[in-house]
Design a protein. Structure first.
Length: 632
């Protein structure tokens, strides 16, 4: 039925009623008029309720192609005027939600669309709605054949909105989502000092989604490269090789936090789902679980009972403890960064002693300091193990804690069956954990299973496609497998992108050394020492000199290392790697025995480090490997 010319056509939302014919906006009987651009923006958003209207679409609809304006500034001003009229807020929207870098969406339920004074919920909206929009607004830039049916599409959009409210049903494409990336959540506070909070929430959401075994989730390292980067989502998805992208915002005000997330099917840039979650910051872990659970339901992933239980968790967290925890995980993985993170984890534990994630995080920092030989193993690994066991006592489903315990069993306890059991448990709990897969790959190399180790690292590259660290990890396994040409190939690419890559320089130098390209090998190893900011790694240069025949040069470096050991911790393993190629096996075994007495973690790699090849026939070597527990 056509709407009479004198009739008004109203759209009701919240306490507002908009007359699409006259531009009148009424609130509880009070009448006001929207200016032209704010009115057109509101009408455009109402034309596609619940759907993204991009900034580019708004520009094409509201500004002629020959209009010379600062579009971004003009659009921002018009949206701000519209929000003022609706008494709405960008930080806590009731009506108009900002989708960072993309556009806007009308999020409130439409209570009534009518052509009369009495409210109604029509099952078959009047076609006059479409014709009214067509007269009020310039057409959407559609191909001619599609434009012919645009009026029908608008009616259908309104019919769906009226019948289901704000809920958006994922199309069939959702069933084809097997991989996704969570882009850095945007900090809406406007305070850069709060970036750590948004970054930490991003990390936690990645972890939550990573627990879904049938879903490949891109790791934080690759994701954070897109922080502040404005690229089309299909392009980002292609770079990360994913089917879908999750993006959103975080707003924290006092003790309240609001998380807004949306799911986009990448190949078609199609919006599948969006939702906002708000609550007390004490409930932030539960809010994160809700987001992850909602995404899993939208992409029709079948969750195991274990995954369902984890995502339904409602644990509370002390806000100050959570702040300290997020500060801790935001630190860099350098020696200085790890030491700072321990201090923050300790603050979190003091505020909340039963904070399992903080215990696991602190233990992991101690383990890494031991792994980097920045602390003696007797100091680092027992602390790491204690924190891992505390974390598991509090939460046995914590994958990071199982991975940490596995690493201590592997590197310090030399309990290889126990280590593999814990690694596999961690991977079951979080199949997308880069750390668990990477450390398990090292374990596989150490116990003589190189093909499996390399396969683990290649799978990590799929989860972390833009990370140089993932390439460094692959280089390590290839080096231990004796595939030196491949090491050189991959590490040259790393140092070309990042000349300060310590891992890239180290494994490039070590592989060149094994190829007897000594001048270039020594140059790369010296650069590795420089960028690592750790003088003790000069031992690798000493070994290259010894292997090349410059034995005096090697001995000079060893003498300097001995002097350094009087002032700071220097692992005996760094002496042990040099003496075999100086032709002094007795000295080599002297230092290896010191490693055994001190439980130096590098002993577990003794069968795969080529520096010890000349010792393999010596009974003392086999006896040492037997005591460590390494298989032949």
């Amino acid at each position: 039925m056509a709407v009479p010319a004198q009739s008004s056509l109203f759209i009701h939302f919240g306490e507002f009623k908009l007359d699409l014919r006259t531009g009148e906006l009424r609130r509880n009987g009070d009448k006001s008029y929207l200016q032209d651009k704010p009115f057109q923006i509101l009408a455009l958003l109402l034309e596609r309720p619940g759907q993204l209207v991009t900034r580019d679409e708004l520009m094409k609809r509201l500004w002629a192609s020959d209009t010379f304006v600062d579009f971004d500034q003009s659009l921002n001003k018009a949206v701000n005027r519209l929000r003022e009229a609706l008494e709405d807020s960008a930080e806590q929207p009731r009506y108009i939600e900002t989708l960072p870098r993309r556009g806007y969406r009308f999020i409130a339920a439409i209570a009534t669309v009518d052509g009369a004074s009495s409210p109604a919920h029509p099952q078959n909206p009047d076609p006059a709605i479409a014709s009214t929009f067509a007269r009020l607004l310039p057409p959407w830039p559609l191909p001619a054949k599609v434009a012919a049916g645009a009026g029908i599409l608008v009616v259908v959009a309104f019919a769906i909105w009226i019948s289901v409210g704000r809920s958006l049903h994922a199309p069939a494409s959702a069933a084809s989502i097997h991989s996704l990336a969570v882009l850095p959540l945007e900090n809406l506070t406007g305070d850069p000092a709060q970036d750590y909070f948004a970054d930490g929430m991003t990390d936690e959401l990645i972890t939550d989604l990573g627990q879904i075994g049938s879903l490949r989730v891109i790791s934080r390292t690759s994701i954070m490269l897109f922080k502040g980067v404005h690229k089309p989502l299909p392009q980002i998805a292609r770079e990360l090789n994913v089917d879908a992208v999750v993006e959103g915002t975080v707003m924290r005000s006092g003790e309240r936090v609001r998380i807004t997330a949306q799911l986009i099917y990448a190949p078609t840039d199609e919006h599948l789902w969006a939702q906002s979650y708000e609550g007390d910051v004490r409930d932030v872990l539960g809010l994160q679980n809700q987001v992850a659970g909602s995404i899993a339901r939208q992409i029709r992933i079948q969750l195991t009972p274990q995954q369902q239980a984890v995502l339904k968790g409602t644990r509370v967290v002390n806000p100050e403890a959570y702040d300290a925890y997020l500060e801790a995980i935001s630190q860099k993985g350098t020696i200085d960064g790890l030491q700072k993170s321990i201090a923050y984890f300790q603050q979190a534990i003091e505020k909340q002693p039963d904070y399992a994630e903080a215990h696991a995080g602190m233990g992991d920092a101690y383990m890494m300091l031991g792994h980097m030989v920045a602390l003696p193993p007797q100091e680092a690994f027992p602390k790491a193990k204690s924190e891992a066991l505390l974390a598991l006592e509090l939460d046995d489903s914590l994958a990071d804690a199982h991975a940490l315990l596995a690493t201590v069993k592997f590197l310090y306890d030399w309990d290889f069956p126990g280590a593999e059991k814990e690694f596999l448990r961690a991977i079951v709990l979080n199949p997308n954990s880069i750390d668990a897969h990477g450390l398990y790959a090292d374990f596989l190399s150490a116990v003589g299973r190189p093909a499996e180790a390399i396969a683990e690292r290649r799978r990590n590259q799929e989860r972390d496609p833009l990370s140089l660290g993932a390439v460094d990890g692959l280089a390590a396994e290839l080096y231990w497998a004796g595939r030196y040409d491949e090491v050189i190939e991959v590490t040259r690419k790393v140092v070309a992108v990042d000349p300060n890559s310590w891992g890239g320089r180290l494994y490039l130098g070590l592989a060149l050394e094994q190829k007897h390209q000594f001048p270039e090998a020594i140059e790369e190893l010296q650069k590795a020492v420089e960028v690592s900011n750790d003088a003790t790694w000069i031992a690798f240069v000493a070994h290259a000199k010894a292997l090349s025949g410059d034995k005096d040069g090697a001995r000079k470096i060893l003498a300097n290392l001995e002097q350094l050991s009087h002032r700071t911790y220097v692992s005996p393993y760094l002496f042990a790697i040099v003496y075999p190629d100086l032709g002094n096996k007795d000295k080599a075994f002297f230092w290896l025995e010191k490693c055994y007495q001190g439980r130096e973690h590098d002993l577990v790699f003794s069968r795969v480090w080529p520096m010890f090849n000349s010792l393999h026939a010596d009974p003392r070597y086999n006896d040492l490997m037997r005591r460590v527990g390494l298989p032949k």
